[in-house]
Design a protein around this ligand. Structure first.
Ligand code: NDP
Length: 448
């Protein structure tokens, strides 16, 4: 049996209840066949077995009290997947769907994403099955404090540096940082990223993932004689990534006609008014359907049983920026028949494997998450640099660095794809380019 197939077989037996983790590993390893075939020493070093087993996985109790004095118990996680390139680094997700499989898939992907940035950061991820929706500020604060009461012993600015993800924004990072500082009795600013600008945060971090996605998209289209200007765009989600992807797409002259949340999507033929979305989502923490109540002519479609009505809307570019597996094969077929030309993955693993293959077979350009959404973590690493220097750069300086990083990431995906005669398969290109770096670092550091 071929080495990769054997590793995948064994992983299936070992992780039977972790479908998302197996999906992520399968997607990466199957694209690595041409590389691994050339290097028998990888098998001797059990490289793939080591790469797919986290260095450490922590699961812990988070108990907290709601405003009515009722006690709740949630489960917290941190997976420190691979620290070969630098301190572990990756976001925290607070969402009821969080479990070990989700955290491991995100941690595994993060290793490769962080390698692509060219910055010295290893891969990690964490979070909890806590649902922040409908909770008061005080409840969020108490939960974050309880979460940090355990997490603090596993992190540190040279050890592991968490950041935000779904359900964890600047408010939560603030509460987490406050509790860490209190416990440690030290101002270790670099222990968390995504901090507020008043206490060690970086300008352009908030915008970074969404802007970075569009920088990658710009490069990918340019390499294929296209441009963003004049294109119709649909963006799923209306959180941090989606909002700033929309902002940059509009700056580039695209017309964004739809956005969504987990309840449904809004369509605005005249183009989404982003200030209204920001008001609803960032200021009021409301629902996207309120957009249709405020903007004349906008139409709201409710999601039924987890469906994604947004993918029924005709567009040139689709940017999934909400969550994993939000485009399945049927939805991919719909997008292609509606004339989509490019997909940019702002979310992590938003496209199922059969949907990815369908896009690629039909010549659709696909900007893969681990490359295209790396702008967030790259800017987090720039936040760490600024914290180490006890200094801060102006917005344009960070944004320019982000643009260069994303441009370089696209160039390495393209180069790897070309080297292996894979045409415009940037999914494989990203995996191969990242694997090259991680594998070399692991071999250089021996069996540890
Ligand atoms: P936010 O919490 O800010 O926003 C998430 C958005 O996605 C919301 O609109 C939310 O809707 C929607 N959403 C979440 N879960 C689901 C679901 N199960 N079904 C449908 N819609 C859903 O998160 P971010 O914008 O930070 O993250 C979005 C994606 O981008 C995630 O996959 C994340 O891992 C990825 N990412 C984020 C980075 C960052 O810097 N923030 C960096 C790299 C990747 P609702 O409000 O209804 O829940």
């Amino acid at each position: 049996m071929f080495y990769i197939d054997k590793v995948l077989e064994d992983l299936k037996l070992k992780n039977t209840n972790e479908p998302e983790f197996l999906q992520a590993v399968n997607e990466v390893l199957t694209t690595l066949k041409p590389v691994v075939e050339k290097h028998p020493e990888f098998q001797t070093a059990a490289l793939l077995e080591r790469m797919t087993e986290p260095e450490r996985l922590i699961s812990f109790r988070v108990s907290w009290m709601d405003d009515n004095g009722k006690i709740h118990v949630n489960r917290g996680y941190r997976v420190q997947f691979n620290g070969v390139i630098g301190p572990f680094k990756g976001g925290l997700r607070f969402h009821p769907s969080v479990n070990q499989s989700i955290i491991k898939f995100l941690g595994f992907e993060q290793v490769f994403k962080n390698a692509l940035t060219g910055l010295p950061i290893g891969g990690a991820k964490g979070g909890s099955d806590f649902d922040p929706k409908g909770k008061s500020d005080n409840e969020i604060m108490r939960f974050c404090q309880s979460f940090m009461n355990e997490l603090y012993r596993h992190i540190g600015q040279d050890v592991d540096v968490p950041a935000g993800d779904i359900g964890v924004g600047s408010r939560e990072i603030g509460y987490l940082f406050g509790q860490y500082r209190k416990i440690r009795n030290a101002y270790e600013a670099g222990v968390l990223t995504g901090k507020g600008l008043e206490y060690g945060g970086s300008l352009a971090r908030k915008e970074a993932t969404g802007y970075g996605l569009l920088y990658f998209m710009r490069e990918m289209l340019k390499a294929n004689n296209m441009q963003i200007n004049g294109k119709t765009v649909i963006i799923s989600g209306s959180g941090n990534v989606a909002i700033y992807a929309c902002e940059k797409a509009q700056q580039y002259g695209a017309k964004v006609v739809a956005m969504s949340d987990s309840n449904g999507c809004v369509y605005d033929a005249d183009g989404i008014k982003l200030d209204i979305v920001k008001q609803i989502k960032e200021a009021e923490r409301g629902r996207i359907k309120e957009y249709a109540q405020r903007v004349k002519g906008a139409v709201y479609t409710e999601s039924v049983n987890g469906s994604h009505p947004i993918w029924e809307i005709k567009a040139d570019i689709a940017l999934p920026c909400a969550t994993q597996n939000e485009i399945n094969l049927e939805e991919a077929k719909l997008l292609v028949s509606n004339g989509v030309k490019a997909i940019g993955e702002g979310a992590n693993m938003p496209t199922t494997v059969d949907a990815i293959n369908y896009f690629l077979k039909n010549g659709i350009l696909l900007a893969p998450a681990k490359a295209a959404n790396a702008g967030g973590v790259a800017t987090s690493a720039l936040e760490m640099s600024q914290n180490s220097m006890r200094y801060s750069w102006i917005f344009d300086e960070v944004d320019e660095k982000l643009d260069k990083i994303m441009t370089n990431i696209f160039a390495s995906c393209k180069k790897a794809a070309e080297e292996y005669n894979l045409g415009t398969n940037y999914v494989a290109g990203a995996n191969i380019a990242a694997f090259d770096k991680v594998s070399k670092a692991m071999l250089a550091q021996g069996l540890v």
